[in-house]
Design a protein around this ligand. Structure first.
Ligand SMILES: [Zn+2]
Length: 485
């Protein structure tokens, strides 16, 4: 790995929105006006549907959520078919022209932002640009995509495709020549074809389970090939969002800058393949892990740093939130060199806070979405602060190491607060603390953190942050009892 030289961002961030934040919001305002004009033109032409979709394109998003667009795989957009009325053709042309221009403006601003230490903002901007123009070659390249047979694919996918494999929704990556027989219930094992039942028998024990490979994970499971593929798809979704958000965690600033300059990707951080074990039953899970964890039956998933594996099991108590939580611990642990005892002396709250935050991953209208005041962890944070008046000031919270936090008499309530604070650091005031948060995570995981690290990085006192957090939570109000968890 080329990550040893990761430098912690020592530069405190500006206490107020800087020129890049301002430029970004000006770009958005200008674009909103242009879309509005186009919608008004549609109205004047009697194109009600097009007016509606033009207006909806920038429909208001919650500032308390993070949105990562899901990008199309196909290269090129669908053009109006022959015989489309001229008004529609004209709208289509204008709309796409505006989008392409906006994509270019966003990309240009991203390049300036990244050169000024605003990697998180820069990534937000290029992702927004790619939504406007999914075929923007420079941005696709920057995010690791290449054109392959009229599709945008990663280098890993292209090597799979070139070796004669295809990605099957149900069976994952298999040789193209096998697809039909798999769909008929046959399985290929040790050089011969067998039935799905025989295959299941062969993989019944986790030690001889299926190994399902996705781009960044190997999922070992004794449940079924299909369940391994499904779990792998969820892990890849988390991975993608995590990687965009935390690029500065696993890559140094000069690596990110080089990426934007289109310089060699060979210099780019090589990340390891992550190992996940997915048991068929809770019993299998308990049995495999009990020796190391006497209380294993109290958990529904766990990341074990000594084995570098995350463990889950199928069945009724399976929960995506637990998957995302433990897999987040894994990503932070394995994506750069980390200290042997992360958070042992101080700052342990953020290790849990960030995993609790990532639990909220879900999809809304073509976006991967994180956070939101209505996420169940946030509902709890709001309720505990506003109703119970429970709050551990940051000066005390950051001074707590792992033991202190885990033996706190109100540990669940402290966890709710950790989730709320993380949420606050990610999206408060348009996300101006987000780069500092990422640097803070870097400091904690590398074991170079002091209790005052967060205050230094955000250039605000803990008392100020306590006050801002309270205002942030108050802005959402007291959750109703029906919302309460
Ligand atoms: Zn955890």
């Amino acid at each position: 790995m080329l990550l040893a030289a990761v430098a912690l961002a020592a530069k405190p961030l500006p206490a107020v929105a800087d020129e890049f934040d301002r430029a970004a919001s000006e770009l958005l305002d200008k674009y909103a006006k242009e879309l509005d004009q186009l919608a008004a033109w549609c109205d004047s032409q009697g194109l009600a549907d097009q007016a509606g979709s033009t207006r909806a394109w920038l429909s208001p998003r919650n500032p308390d959520k993070l949105y990562v667009a899901v990008f199309p795989r196909e290269v090129g957009r669908s053009e109006p078919v022959a015989g489309t009325p001229p008004g529609l053709v004209e709208w289509d042309k204008r709309f796409h022209q505006l989008r392409r221009e906006q994509a270019n403006s966003l990309e240009a601003l991203a390049r300036r932002a990244v050169r000024n230490g605003r990697a998180s903002l820069a990534f937000d901007l290029v992702l927004a640009a790619l939504r406007e123009n999914p075929d923007h070659e420079a941005i696709r390249g920057l995010l690791g995509y290449q054109k392959h047979q009229n599709e945008w694919r990663t280098v890993w996918e292209i090597s799979k495709l070139r070796s004669g494999q295809v990605h099957h929704e149900t069976f994952g990556w298999i040789p193209k020549a096998h697809v039909r027989r798999y769909e008929q219930g046959q399985r290929y094992s040790n050089g011969r074809w067998i039935t799905a039942e025989e295959d299941a028998q062969l993989h019944r024990d986790i030690r001889s389970g299926w190994d399902v490979e996705t781009e960044h994970y190997t999922v070992r499971t004794n449940h079924s090939l299909e369940a391994g593929v499904q779990l792998g798809a969820k892990l890849e979704r988390l991975y993608r969002v995590w990687k965009q958000l935390f690029v500065r965690y696993f890559a140094a600033e000069d690596q990110v800058t080089a990426l934007f300059d289109g310089r060699a990707r060979s210099n780019w951080a090589r990340l390891p393949r992550h190992q996940v074990v997915y048991f068929r039953t809770r019993d299998d899970y308990n049995q495999a892990l009990r020796a190391a964890f006497p209380n294993i039956e109290m958990s529904i998933g766990v990341y074990v740093d000594s084995t570098r594996r995350a463990y889950f099991f199928a069945g009724e108590s399976y929960d995506d939130r637990t998957l995302y939580h433990e897999a987040t611990h894994q990503l932070f642990h394995e994506s750069r060199p980390v200290a042997p005892d992360v958070g042992l002396r101080a700052n342990f709250w953020i290790v849990e806070g960030i995993a609790l935050y990532m639990e909220s991953l879900h999809e809304e209208h073509g976006f991967h979405v994180l956070g939101g005041f209505d996420d169940l962890r946030m509902l709890a944070a709001r309720y505990r602060l506003l109703h119970d008046d429970f709050y551990v000031p940051l000066a005390d919270l950051t001074a707590m190491g792992r033991e202190a936090l885990q033996s706190h008499p109100q540990i669940a309530t402290v966890y709710s607060q950790a989730a709320g604070l993380t949420h606050f650091l990610i999206c408060h005031d348009g996300g101006r603390y987000r780069d500092a948060l990422v640097a803070y995570l870097g400091a904690v995981y590398s074991g170079r953190d002091k209790p005052g690290a967060l205050a230094e990085l955000v250039a605000a006192s803990y008392a100020d942050l306590d006050r801002q957090y309270r205002e942030f939570i108050q802005s959402a109000g007291m959750p109703t009892l029906a919302e309460e968890k």
